[in-house]
Design a protein around this ligand. Sequence first.
Ligand SMILES: [Fe+2]
Length: 368
Amino acid sequence: MSKSITAEGLREWLVAAKPVTVLDIRTREDRAQWSIPGSIHIDAYNDLKQGRHGALADAVLPVVCPVVTICNMGVVSQAAAQALQARGFEALFLDGGMKSWSLAWNTAAVPVADERIRVIQIRRTGKGCLSYLVGSQGEAFVLDASLPPSIYLTLASEHGWCIRYVLDTHVHADHLSRSRALATEAGATLLLPPQERVHFPFTRFAHGDTVTFGAVTLAAVACPGHTLESTSYAVNRAALFTGDTLFLSGVGRPDLHADADEARERARLLYHTLKRLLADVPEVLVLPGHASEPVWFDGVPLVACLGDVAGRLRDWLACEEGFVERILARIPPAPPNHTRIVEWNEAGVLPEGDPTDLEAGANRCAIS
Ligand SMILES: [Fe+2]
């Protein structure tokens, strides 16, 4: 019988930089969807599944550290671990496979000029979902919570912060929002952009509205385009949390829950939103809602200055018509289950059982 490690166990090893070889034995096609950063790939899935246990006989792997074998569901990886154990390796399989890895996360501190404010980027590594915990003088807000509420509550507690506000930048289509549940558990105020999509109580946080705590002044900036209600949030005009409107080298897709005409109209709105956002001072930090790739356990925040992002997108935004055509021509496949995820997020409840059933797979919110 092979030994296993849980996703949380492997996550803790990677956070602690423990020496480990992560061996992904899935097919090339599955790996192309998403993977664990730093993992080695040997396409042994079909051989092992057919009982051809010699598939890893020639695999060259470090012998000084444990090997964790990875498949989609944690079944075939058991055979991989056994085959490696027979060769003398300390091998374990990832219990639940990549499906269970969906909720793995890490953090990175974002350097901000005002030392009274701490910004922590919380990265759901596999899906690339980025949420934020921003604290100052004993209080904090959480933005775009995509992980279980206990994770944010624990992180806030470790910093001595009480979570006062919980916000979403828009109604998400790629992950189940944990914001409502977090606000309830934290006793915090749930601030959402004005819209008539969700079916639960919230406090409207409209363009130009602000809340303050500690050294933080948090302001809402309407950013229609990705969705009509999409809103960015500025902290002290030093950091701009852009959700799925603006990424570090791309922009949000305008087509989810829209027909072709609506997608074109939203692309136009996005053009004007971006022109307005990118005209701000170039030193502002852009903190997006997604990474384009699985996020490394390196503690390096995914952030860029507005001026740098504007430079990357200059050609895109040369004219409205060109932008719209470029965006519409580059729309990626829709995220799996996005219609059902939106329904759950509009209802404001989490499905019974394992939420990763709906959230499986990589993120596809960006056009780059
Ligand atoms: Fe989105």
